[in-house]
Design a protein around this ligand. Structure first.
Ligand SMILES: [Zn+2]
Length: 165
């Protein structure tokens, strides 16, 4: 079982973990990940002043300091504004091509959101292309669960992928 970078398994006692711990005992924005597992892309909205923030906040509204936050759905489709493609020399733990894009989901605060683009060969993506949310599993992480001992917590993360034409 892999806890970090798969190609380094069995070479070192531990490798760098690229992904956030998502269990509710350790992460105040755990609903974001729970929603992702259901294919929903969500963030927090302040019920007092209406401010919508991304990424989601776990405790207080950055505008009015209210603790009265709720999760709302964001669009799961957007358009590519600009992007970069790394084909050679991608960092350890990543696959080529490594594509990062600024995309527009059509609503604030996600009119200029940086994301990774997956399931896309090199040289194919263009400005203006439509992309959609892609949720994928990442290596589970061991967490302490009191008397239950150590359990392996499943984790997910998100990127965007081209919409098939
Ligand atoms: Zn507020």
């Amino acid at each position: 079982m892999s806890f970090g970078i798969p190609i380094l398994d069995n070479l070192y006692p531990a490798t760098m973990d690229l992904w956030p711990i998502q269990a509710k005992e350790f992460n105040k924005v755990f609903p974001f990940y729970e929603n992702l597992k259901q294919g929903r892309f969500t963030t927090t909205k302040c019920k007092d002043c209406g401010h919508v923030m991304f990424p989601p906040r776990g405790v207080i509204c950055p505008e009015c300091y209210s603790e009265n936050l709720e999760y709302i759905d964001l669009p799961t489709k957007g358009k590519v504004l600009i992007f970069t493609e790394e084909v050679k020399g991608v960092p350890l733990g990543y696959e080529s091509p490594l594509i990062h894009a600024v995309i527009d989901l059509g609503v604030e605060p996600c009119r200029r959101m940086i994301t990774k683009i997956v399931n896309c060969p090199a040289g194919v993506l263009k400005r203006g292309d439509e992309v959609q949310l892609s949720v994928f599993e990442v290596p589970p992480t061991p967490i302490e669960k009191g008397r239950a001992g150590t359990i392996m917590a499943e984790r997910v993360f998100f990127a965007f992928e081209p919409v098939k034409k």
